[in-house]
Design a protein around this ligand. Sequence first.
Ligand code: ZN
Length: 585
Amino acid sequence: MNLSFTGFIIASLFLTVGHLPEKYHPAGNADKTFANFENVFLDSYWKQYPTGSIYSGYGKYYDELVIPDKSSFRNNLTFSKAWIDSLGKLDFQALNDNNKISFRIIKNQLESDIWYTAVFKPQEWDASMYNISGACDYIINQPYAPLDERLRILTRYLSHADDYFKATLGNLNRPVREYIYMSIMQNQGGLEVFGTALSDSINISHLSQPEKDQLEQNIRRAVKAIKEFAAALKKIDADKNYVFRSFRIGKKLFDQKFKYDIATDLTPEQVYRKAIADKNYYHKKMYVIANSLWTKYYGAQIKPKDSLQLVQLVLDKVQLNHAKSADFYDSLSSYIHQLKRFIIAKNLFDFDTTTPPIKVRLMPVYERGFSLASAEFTPAYQKQGTTYFNVDDVTLYPPEKAESALKEYNHYSAQLLAMHEGVPGHCLQGIYNNKKSPDVLRSVFTNGAMIEGWAVYSEGMMVENGWGNGAPEMELELGVWRLRELANVLVDYDLQCLNIPKEKIVHLLSKECFQTDAQVEEKYHRATVSQVQLCSYYTGATAIQKLRDEYKAKMGNRYSLKDFHEKFLSFGSSPVKYIREMMMQ
Ligand code: ZN
């Protein structure tokens, strides 16, 4: 979007606001002004970032592929600054609680956008941000319009695909090698979007022959541009004289990114120090449990002297208790139903049982390969859809991989997985976010630390309320999950800020956190192609737990766990820091 257009929108908005009749109550007036502001802002935002519009299911601007040249980034900065200015003209103090939160979410988003573009500059070093396949997949396959219309949008979207990829290469300046690999893999993998399924769709569509020809020509040009982009990246990778940037962003950038992404008052050091203390706490706790289980699994066999080794040996036995490949789907599906019954029986939520809003299904093919189970929501603007609990088809894994996955998600761990992804974790929170949160903004600019923190909080909360009937094995596996979550912080901070070498990371994960070799490799890789995101689980859960303690103290004998949950979730996927201010005022 160009500046004059933004200026026009803002000017016309305030004109409308200025002419509101006198009869409005002043407080309501501010909220009404804000509601108008938010609508106009979001529409402008999606026009500025059409790819974001596609993923949010907004329904407009899908055919606009922004060419990521230098002027587009300058444009984004101007856009953010203009909107921060107009936000500053609103009367924050006169807004109601929910609008205060929305105001701050918008402000944080705009400031974060500026920081990303002007300071962090991933456009220069992260080659994986250049990819059109995901957006095309959405344009083709989501049910927002009839097929013919979707294909026409695709035709227009792809008309400048070659310009798009030409511009990207001009932006790269000492890119990070790890992202080059990832970009090659993702761009090549993304070619599948333009394969036979698309050809079939074009064939059965009612487009005229010239329209079909144009679309097919645009697809061919786009495919060629993607292949050339991947080839250019391979050439950079093969160049022996090329000076790459390290994947480690350093403490200064990490601290700043932490502030914008997590939106918390805690510093990364504080979270890091707490994670180390908690690691020691869980080691002691798990040793006590493992020690009590020793005879059950090893009889009179002599115990090892090393306490962590003892824990590992007991875990080795506990993890043999797992479903068969063919039964894995049914077992997870049944946990979801049991969990729903449990939260009602224990009065933990006002959960609406009249409609079955969570559907357990086999993971769609295009989502496979990342995790055994996942939560899937309808895009922000499509309120009518279903929330899915996806379970991967383990019977399709090679036997060794299946065995390893089933041990990892053994009888106890699989229940924690169902809590984290399903109930009362991601699926349930997603439903509350859609159904109860006051505005769409909470589904659009979601806070990852709140979302992941909630899922992590859920695991412990359920066990604490009697799920698992006090089985020591359940407590032990919960310990493994806790260690994994806090190790995410340690690995992220160690690698990005403290220059810790890979050997130490491997030792931490395998010896101190009981992870398998495959898990360790996967985590290390993830920590080289992300920053701060790994901190979101532990940081979010810590903040929620702390808020619960404070809220309990504040409410005294009026406190109930259900009341805390309902209130907390009613603010949608907002930063815990903002929710805390509202709940504790
Ligand atoms: Zn999660």
